[in-house]
Design a protein around this ligand. Structure first.
Ligand code: SF4
Length: 61
């Protein structure tokens, strides 16, 4: 599983970086996801971050 942030859509609210800091971090005004396979122990938090993103900018594959 991998996560990606659509930088054009992200509003920089930082919610995902609080919900799943192991994967999401701020880069300037927008969030980015680490370009790694999400470790199994962080999958639930990563999915939660995607579901809770107010603008649905997080894509999970
Ligand atoms: S929760 Fe969504 S809008 Fe907020 S920083 Fe993360 S990707 Fe951006």
């Amino acid at each position: 599983m991998r996560a990606k942030v659509d930088a054009d859509t992200c509003t920089g609210c930082e919610l995902c970086t609080q919900t799943c800091p192991e994967i999401f971090y701020m880069k300037g005004d927008v969030a980015e996801a680490k370009d790694i396979d999400v470790p199994a122990e962080y999958e639930d938090a990563c999915k939660q971050a995607a579901e809770e993103c107010p603008v649905e900018a997080i894509i999970i594959k």
